[in-house]
Design a protein around this ligand. Structure first.
Ligand code: PLP
Length: 360
């Protein structure tokens, strides 16, 4: 990325030499992302991240049609949920599809909803709070057969598990660079040829008219390079992190027998472990873990600071006093995982003892 942040400052929309150089880098990044997903180069739109990609997919599709319903799973990220809420304010009928106790979509319930006129269906590839992988191939085929546009938020999946738009006939797919080691603030939306979208931003004709504004060349280069690296390591990292996650889970269960693993009975992302606990005050536990140097989150980071249970836990019908999400990545080592268990168990015991003794 460095040359494009420092001295290769050309605007890819300019026709002069530095502009052409920047354009070549941008188009090379686009080609690499397309190849990684099994897409065509012209089907990749660079955006300002996962949130923008989800908004462009949902609202862009709704505004291109403006009648009919928008369907989403009950466990979508707020980027999709709030886009659907905005579509509702603009006249869309919004329907939500339930998940089971493991966090997996009820495909039969979705099938019933596909009888009416449907603008877009959104089911995430994998959930960010509990890691549950969704039956996206089945949903994509179902939507395709019924003539409904299918969007999948693959922000948590890309770079971690195999994702291909060749194998999965979705129409729209969102990804975000910072989830696979790339820079923050850049993402992409796959838009299958023939899928009509209204842009969210109005101005120049960049990104085939779907995303006006001078392109973030360094960001696109960073995204493509991180994706290449993540895919080269994908199978090795998937099994390494999956094994690390399984050991983390086993160690925690051995030390804290009343710990409840979320989404335990379904396919999960290798790098996320979500656990529920009762008899604990989350407002005491999380800051105490942070003071010990353990960076975990309560369900989703976007949820922290809010006292209501996350919509994902509600949809799964699970109630715990506290939900803790451990996430790991390519830098996480076995030693760190062992240390995390030690810190977690010690802190949990201390906070529980303090709460029970009324010291809190
Ligand atoms: N979708 C999912 C599933 C996510 O986990 C996130 C980020 O946490 C987003 C969308 C939003 O992506 P970004 O932070 O790049 O806007």
């Amino acid at each position: 990325m460095e040359p494009y942040l420092a001295n290769r400052f050309g605007n890819p929309s300019s026709v002069h030499g530095p502009g052409r150089e920047a354009r070549a880098a941008l188009e090379d990044a686009r080609a690499r992302v397309a190849e990684a997903l099994g897409a065509r180069r012209e089907e990749i739109v660079f955006t300002g991240g996962g949130t923008e990609s989800d908004n462009l997919a949902m609202l862009g599709r709704w505004r291109a049609v403006r009648s009919g319903s928008v369907i989403l799973s009950a466990i979508e990220h707020s980027a999709v949920r709030e886009s659907a809420a905005q579509a509702a304010r603009e006249g869309a009928e919004v329907a939500t599809v339930a998940v089971d106790e493991a966090g997996r979509l009820d495909v039969a319930a979705l099938e019933e909803l596909l009888d009416g006129p449907v603008v877009v269906v959104s089911v995430m590839w994998a959930n960010n709070e509990v890691g549950a992988v969704q039956p996206v191939d089945e949903v994509a085929r179902l939507c395709d057969a019924r003539g409904a546009t299918f969007h999948t938020d693959a922000v948590q999946a890309v770079g971690h598990i195999p994702v291909s738009v060749e194998r999965t006939p979705c129409h729209l797919l969102a990804l975000s660079a910072h989830k696979f080691g790339g820079p923050r603030g850049v993402g992409a939306l796959f838009v299958r040829s023939g899928t009509d979208l209204q842009p969210l931003l109005h101005g120049g004709g960049q990104e085939s008219g779907l995303r006006a504004g001078t392109s973030n060349v360094a960001g696109a280069v960073g995204l493509a390079t991180a994706l290449d690296a993540a895919l080269t390591e994908l199978e090795a990292e998937r099994s390494r992190l999956g094994a690390l996650r399984d050991r983390l889970q086993a160690r925690l269960l051995a030390a804290v027998p009343d710990l409840d693993v979320n989404a335990a009975s379904t396919e999960r992302l290798p790098h996320i472990l979500s656990v529920g606990l009762n008899g604990i005050e989350p407002d005491l536990l999380l800051p105490s873990l942070d003071l010990e140097g353990l960076a975990v989150s309560s369900g989703s980071a976007c949820q922290s600071g809010s006292h209501s249970p996350s919509h994902v836990m509600v949809a799964m019908g699970r109630r715990h006093d506290a939900v803790i999400r451990f996430s790991m990545g390519w830098t996480t080592t076995e030693t760190e995982m062992e240390r995390a268990v030690e810190l977690f168990v010690r802190t949990l015991d201390r906070v529980r003892a303090a709460t029970a003794g009324g010291l809190a």
